[in-house]
Design a protein around this ligand. Sequence first.
Ligand code: G3H
Ligand code: CA
Length: 315
Amino acid sequence: MARITLRQLLDHAAEHGYGVPAFNINNMEQGLAIMDAAAAVDAPVIIQASRGARSYANDIMLSKMIDALEEMHPQIPLCLHQDHGNEEATCATAIKYGFTSVMIDGSLKADAKTAADYDYNVDITRRVVEMAHWIGASVEGELGVLGSLEHGGGEQEDGHGVEGKVSHDQLLTDPDQAVDFVRATKVDALAIAMGTSHGAYKFSRQPDGDILAMNVVEEIHRRLPNKVNIDTDCRLAMTAAFRKVAAQTKGEFDPRKFLKPAMDAMRDLCRERFVQFGTAGHAGKIRVIPLSEMARRYRSGALDPRIGNIAAAAE
Ligand code: G3H
Ligand code: CA
């Protein structure tokens, strides 16, 4: 069995210079697709579940499903991560159900719609970090509000995001503040804002530096390790497969005839991302550190952030 923390996986990725995609899961088909892709290319995996996924699938079903995937692929380090935790209880119950990592998105208040100030964010993130680290689980924070640099608002296509207008400053994470935030909260990973939003392609023109601040992500990446969330691409790939079957075989009513090609499409997409990010080939090189040992390392201070001029992942 290889349930890995986000922290250990990102430290390994930082040390060996590769990225790690984090795929969202809601059902068995997505889980099988992700793990088949990972096994095919020997990639460690981050599977993440949103609050929506947890209520759609049910915590018990979801956690048993992850147990099954882990049992089917014992050679693949698997990090189970809470995507966009909105408050302490969401993170605590995730850990109870076997998540080895949680996100607390303190850039927004608990309603996941109202932009929060920096102090609120530091405070709630610090408290979640303290709780998770006692157990050895990792924490991802968020600094800066996701939204469009073109019109100054959030996008709520998938039900997530700030309501109303926010300032340009709030929509772009300040690299110096990111370093302060990591120091103050001891967070293990950080989601940043750079002009991207939830959902599908949002730009009204080919993105340039004015509407997609790649310089921000590059500058922060030089100082801190991170992960890449992939949900919309998988949704698009699966739904395109459903539509194709529906259009080509109008009389079809066996759900498996829709789900199998959808699963295949998602598997191929995940596999492509593992190769593109350089994640492929690393699963077999990782010896998973159990949560109890991670907890001991957190307590000893060995995993406290060490930030210099360049990225400095703690060992
Ligand atoms: O960032 C949010 C996820 O991609 C989707 O969340 O499962 O609640 O739609 P959801
Ligand atoms: Ca997402």
